[in-house]
Design a binder for this molecule. Sequence first.
Ligand code: C2E
Ligand code: MG
Ligand code: MG
Ligand code: MG
Length: 280
Amino acid sequence: QLAANEADHWHLYRNDTDNIMKKRLKLAADLHQAIENNEFYLYHQPQIDLRTNSIYGSEALLRWDHPELGFVSPEEFIPVAESAGIINEITEWVVEQALLHQKNILTMFPNHKISINISARDLNKRELPVQLLTLLTELNIKPSLVVIELTESATVGDSVKAKNILDDFKEMGIKVAIDDYGTGYSSLAYLSQLGFHEIKIDKQFVMNLEHNKRDQTICKTTIEMASNLDAYVVAEGVESEQIAKILRQFGCEIAQGYHYSKPLPFVDYCQWLQRYKKSA
Ligand code: C2E
Ligand code: MG
Ligand code: MG
Ligand code: MG
């Protein structure tokens, strides 16, 4: 028999789990209509070349403005979309929207790169690289200005599938980035076999860089190894000039973070680009 307070904890736990399950079910049901109801927005966060302080490109980040709940975080709804089997459709929407935005941006910034996140579940979709290439041809965008971001953990689940699809992208001239590096258990030696152009150090190792010796070591060695593999390092979570300075000293190529800008709606991002250019 449970002691009274253990039973209390159990009820609290049960209620929490019930509520989380209920919310996930609701999100899954509502996600089905999100595209047709125009509830998705694609935001952009700038990426800065630390060697020149010039604009490198942007990462496209999905936002869902739910009719009752307001903005729901992608950290919450992407996993739901994955398990509900609707991530492929969402990725298609993101890719198309990102390339339309990119087409527009290129008229002002001809070397601007666009980074697009794909999910581990998208690796099952062998047509994705061809679909992407078709769009690039239609829009007359150079494949080398597109970067596909795949999280480190996604490469571990099915490394053969990951390698095949990444090879398809690379053959088409599309760049590949390993996202959230450091959060999984894979070594750069393993990841290097996949071949990638960029490695993105997860923000948890960057945000406190000035104060944390351990994070400094992690960033420094990652940057050194990536350089030996001819890959660029993108540091996410750069929240201050001080952090940017340290990363620059370590030889990090690209920085992304609130120090430059939060992710912005497309129109605001275009204005940000113009302002940044003027102040440069
Ligand atoms: P991610 O791909 O690692 O994206 C970087 C996340 O870090 C973004 O969160 C961004 O807003 C946040 N971030 C960037 N700089 C800073 C900083 O200086 N400080 C802090 N505190 N945060 C910073 P966001 O937009 O909430 O996205 C979370 C995750 O959701 C993404 O992580 C990605 O895994 C996923 N996601 C977002 N959009 C998409 C999408 O279109 N497709 C897929 N499959 N996943 C997406
Ligand atoms: Mg990303
Ligand atoms: Mg990332
Ligand atoms: Mg991350």
